[in-house]
Design a protein around this ligand. Sequence first.
Ligand code: SAM
Length: 291
Amino acid sequence: VLEDIATPKRTNDLLKRHGFVLKKSLGQNFLIDPNILNKIVSAANLDAAKGALEIGPGIGALTQQLAKVAKRVVAVEIDQRLLPLLQETLEGYPHAAVIHGDVLKIDLKKLFDEHFHEVARVSVVANLPYYITTPIIMMLLEQKLPLENIVVMIQKEVAERMAAKPGGKEYGSLSIAVQYYCEPEIVTVVPRTVFIPQPNVDSAVIKLKVRERPPVDVEDESFFFDVVHASFVQRRKTIYNNLASKFFSKETKSELEHILHAAGIEPSRRGETLSIEEYAVLSRHLSQALR
Ligand code: SAM
């Protein structure tokens, strides 16, 4: 019988036996708590018809648990030194494949075609390397891969920004970008003690349920995100001032007041008070005026 790797003793023994030295620069903090692994896996709603894409399997603690419930697991790991350790921990799970590569560089569409053509739905499930959390999640969403959900362990502050509602200091362009594609839900906050080595930030598991379609009608997505981004460049400034510096000159600035009023938005408001619906209306009015 294969033993789960996720205990402090087994993890340390395996690392020692292979002479493995952890690389901080790759965000290598390995999970050693079966309860947290359970929470992550059950949040993803996997079953024997579904697939899981894992980013950064490390020594396979989460990969093992995914392989127990999913039809197919594909794990992308950048650190070649981990491959022999993974071979050992994933022995007995032939439907779990490890691919050596950088998740930000590999062709995920091709990976999906090759590995997930037989599964009904795919989830991304991972304890992400924290130095590239946001680029990874935005890359997954912008590629519009056929995903059911994304369940990931990330830095707590980032999770709070992704799930934030208008009005608070956590709410910003990241909240709107994530909520345009998904419905976020913080599954649980996680203490530092469940990792080897312990990270120096707090963590949370966030579930992003991927929407079938965006919650608002946006003609030009890239312009919409430009408007959102510009509105938060200087958080303490009004929406009027932020948009004026991005889209208008001194001479044309007066137009902006009319545009904001036509969109139903007080020019003195701050970007953090606008809902995603208001940004959609605003970007439509702005794009018409600037055309
Ligand atoms: N899943 C394991 C666990 O929970 O114990 C390890 C998680 S650890 C936080 C992050 C993993 O991502 C490390 O194994 C690291 O080598 C890997 N990684 C870092 N950057 C990566 C990248 N660009 N592409 C793929 N994997 C990466």
